[in-house]
Design a protein around this ligand. Structure first.
Ligand code: GLN
Length: 541
């Protein structure tokens, strides 16, 4: 480990959650990277689940999967999309993961008869987790602490990062506190008091922030900066404003660069100020904010549509497709249960339909109706994971004459289990971290749409599933017009299906949304939106 050569930045949150700490951390990483530094990003979550893999989307939003198959917090998606860093199992630690390691060590006798305590044993484990990012060559390691200053469960984490300031040398460590300056419309005032109190919570534990970033709807005035500086004990020039952005989250790094936040950070860390190159990012932003052409309407059918965080990477990846095609997008979330009574009017006028991943029976028949509508009306269709499984079931039921076909996940007694549990899953009983997870290669059939979309013979994409295409039905489904265009290298697992003759119909068992970024859209999303763009042009001509 080379923590000696590495600088550490800790980002804490104050006043409320959902301040956009993840986006701010990711933006800082992008700016430092574009100044030539090698940066890593990590999230510490003080809850007791070992990872978010077993949590409901209502609790946690999307579960983001890394190359190495770790099920992680959705902020890691921002880290990878903004800063292009590659996250792994060291990039997300929860209190559950920390405590599991401590307790397992205690059972092994690893504490040599000592009483095992939050301080120093849990805090030591947290410190190890932070240091684990600082692999050879990493110059700046950024750690975002989940939750809000003052949360009881966050205390050991704050204690650990305080101790790290001492151990690694205060000059190598930077504490950034992201806080909210609320605007009271009744009195038309911005209020600094909650932030003063939040900084004082940190002070109680021994952390004085080096930089205060203030999330605000309105511009702060000099009086606010002075007050915040004095009461939070942060120099005036280190109180930085982060205004709400209007159009795209990808504006945040540019806004922060205008506030010279990156210069301040490098100055405080004693690192040289190399040049900042944001030219590609700004060109991307132009397309994101003011695209040309007429709106392309994309419908996404899922069962948590009121909760956009549940499909965070999906919506981001669609946006990336829009940026690549330079078209404005209208994203329409459709509750799949609303399609179950036979009324498909909500699908009318769409230029593309996407059925994303999911678990459990609720809303499945609506997703099937969406697949059918896309197929019958020649609308560009992208199915992802469960969306692919629905596409297979739909073909089985309506084109192959397999009435009652289903996935054994939803109907264990189906006469035609065209989707069934993978062999490798049959003896699995634990729910956490046991799916087929992470990057697996897939061979693409030459001459297929998938082959031309990727422009190569083989790809690796990230997975998160237990069920698979049942190979007994390959032939009958092929005769019903479904082309298998992607297979695992041993030929056993169906990874992609498509429908020749349809203008654009691709469904994959993996999650291409996890590898998509604004500067490098995943090819499936790029081409899906391009096909939807063509349909939109036809609709408008
Ligand atoms: N529930 C399905 C399975 O486990 C699909 C999973 C998903 O969409 N991520 O195979």
């Amino acid at each position: 480990m080379s923590e000696r050569n590495c600088r550490f930045i800790f980002i804490t949150g104050g006043v409320v959650s959902s301040l956009g700490k993840g986006i701010t951390a990711a933006s800082i990483a992008l700016l430092l990277k574009q100044r030539g530094y090698r940066v890593t990003l990590q999230k510490l979550d003080p809850y007791l689940n070992v990872d978010p893999g077993t949590m409901s989307p209502y609790q946690h939003g999307e579960v983001y999967v890394t190359d190495d198959g770790t099920e992680t917090d959705l902020d890691l998606g921002h880290y990878e999309r903004f800063a292009g860093v590659s996250c792994n199992r060291n990039s997300n630690y929860t209190a559950g993961k920390i405590y599991s390691a401590v307790i397992a060590r205690e059972r092994r006798g690893g504490y040599l008869g000592r009483t095992v305590q939050v301080i120093p044993h849990v805090t030591d484990e947290i410190k190890k987790a932070v240091i684990s990012q600082a692999e050879e060559g990493v110059e700046i390691a950024i750690t975002e602490l989940g939750g809000t200053a003052g949360d009881i469960e966050g205390l050991p984490f704050l204690e650990a990062i305080r101790e790290l300031g001492l151990e690694l040398g205060r000059e190598n460590v930077l504490y950034i506190h992201l806080t909210l300056i609320p605007y009271l419309s009744a009195s038309r005032e911005l209020k600094t008091k909650p932030s003063q109190q939040s900084a004082s919570i940190l002070r109680n534990i021994g952390i004085i922030p080096d930089i205060l970033i203030c999330r605000t709807e309105m511009s702060l005035q000099e009086e606010h900066f002075i007050k915040l500086s004095m009461f939070c004990n942060v120099p005036r020039e280190a109180v930085v404003e982060e205004r709400d952005v209007e159009n795209s989250i990808y504006e945040v790094p540019v806004e922060l660069a205008e506030q010279k936040l990156d210069e301040l950070i490098l100055d405080r860390l004693g690192l040289p100020l190399s040049e900042l190159d944001l030219s590609d990012w700004k060109e991307m932003l132009r397309r994101a904010v003011s695209p040309s052409g007429s709106a392309v309407r994309i419908g996404v059918t899922g069962k948590y549509m009121g909760l956009r965080d549940a499909y965070k990477s999906i919506f981001e990846a669609i946006t990336h497709g829009g940026i690549a095609a330079d078209v404005p997008l209208e994203l329409i979330g459709i509750e799949s249960e609303d399609l179950e009574g036979g009324d498909t009017s909500r699908l009318e006028g769409l230029d593309g339909i996407l059925v994303p991943g999911g678990f459990g029976y609720r809303g499945i028949e609506g997703k099937m109706a969406a697949v059918r509508y896309a197929r019958e009306n020649d609308i560009p269709f992208l199915g992802i994971c469960l969306g692919m499984q629905c596409a297979v079931i739909e073909t089985a039921r309506h084109l192959a004459g397999l009435e009652g076909a289903n996935s054994s996940e939803f109907d264990p007694d189906t006469p035609y289990p065209v989707i069934h549990l993978m062999d490798s899953q049959k003896d699995v009983t634990d729910k956490g971290g046991t799916m087929r997870l992470g990057l697996y290669p897939c061979e693409l059939r030459s001459g297929s749409l998938a082959g031309s979309v990727y422009g190569t013979g083989s790809v690796s994409e990230r997975h998160r599933h237990r069920y698979e295409f049942n190979n007994e039905y390959r032939e009958i489904l092929r005769d019903a017009g479904l082309l298998i265009s992607g297979l695992s290298p041993d030929g056993e697992l169906v990874e992609i299906v498509e429908r020749p003759g349809h203008r654009w119909f691709v469904a994959c068992q993996f999650h291409p949304e996890f590898t998509s970024g604004p500067l490098k859209p995943n090819p499936l999303f790029r081409e899906f939106i391009a096909a939807a763009g063509k349909r939109s042009l036809e609709r408008h001509s």
